[in-house]
Design a protein around this ligand. Structure first.
Ligand SMILES: [Fe+2]
Length: 221
């Protein structure tokens, strides 16, 4: 009998061969079912764009998303070139998907990000969830921002009003007007976040080596 590839040198008895096949099949099933949870799954740009279509994200929100992504990648690449470790595929995917549920949560803003997080968990894209949950302005109060990728996406989103790049001041004033006027509690959370946002801007711009004009960013409105 010829040697099976998993046997070295000597031929396997039929019983050993069947056992080896069963073990190998078992291992394949195990790694298919559970192995994917041990390494991160990050959707490609094409997959992110497909998800925006699938979940019917309106055109004006897509424009906003693309502008945020341009800024995030611009800052991420600059910081990376200066020697800090940035997971650019993760940053790009989270930027492209950060407002996946925006059109579903205009009224119930407290749900913004959480619907996207649930969807991404179901798709096994758990790695993106912290960035998605923490991109809202008031998330900087609690739970706060941990990683550089979270800070970059957060800041990039704070620099885009609709599809236009604006100063942080203009964006904060817009958020106060749009969401802060809904309740005293909402305004209080925004006001608590404000100094922390200004601090994040300083940190990110310093790391990227640019001013708030984002010199070198090629596309902008
Ligand atoms: Fe956004």
């Amino acid at each position: 009998m010829a040697a099976a590839p998993w046997c070295s040198g000597q031929a396997c008895e039929p019983l050993e061969l069947a056992t080896a096949v069963r073990i190998r099949s078992g291992l394949l099933i195990f790694f298919y079912k559970f192995g994917r949870h041990f390494y991160c799954m990050i959707p490609s740009k094409a997959e992110c764009l497909r998800l925006l279509e699938k979940y019917k994200v309106p055109e004006h929100i897509k424009e906003h998303i693309l502008q945020v992504t341009r800024i995030a990648i611009f800052l991420g690449e600059r910081i990376s070139k200066k020697g800090q470790s940035i997971n650019l595929p993760l940053l790009e995917a989270a930027s492209l998907l950060h407002d996946l549920d925006k059109h579903l949560t205009f009224e119930e803003v407290q749900n913004h990000g959480h619907i996207t997080a649930k969807t991404l968990k179901e798709l096994d894209y758990e790695e993106l969830v912290p960035l998605i949950i923490r991109h809202r302005m008031t998330a900087i109060n609690s739970p706060g921002l941990d990683t550089l990728e979270e800070k970059i996406l957060y800041y990039a989103d704070m620099r885009v009003n609709h599809d236009r790049i604006v100063s942080l001041r203009e964006r904060i004033d817009y958020i106060k007007e749009r969401y802060g006027t809904r309740s005293p509690e909402a305004m209080q959370k925004i006001c608590s976040a404000e100094p922390l946002v200004l601090k994040i801007e300083k940190e990110i711009l310093k790391k990227a080596g640019v001013s708030e004009r984002l010199e070198g960013l090629r596309i902008g409105k």
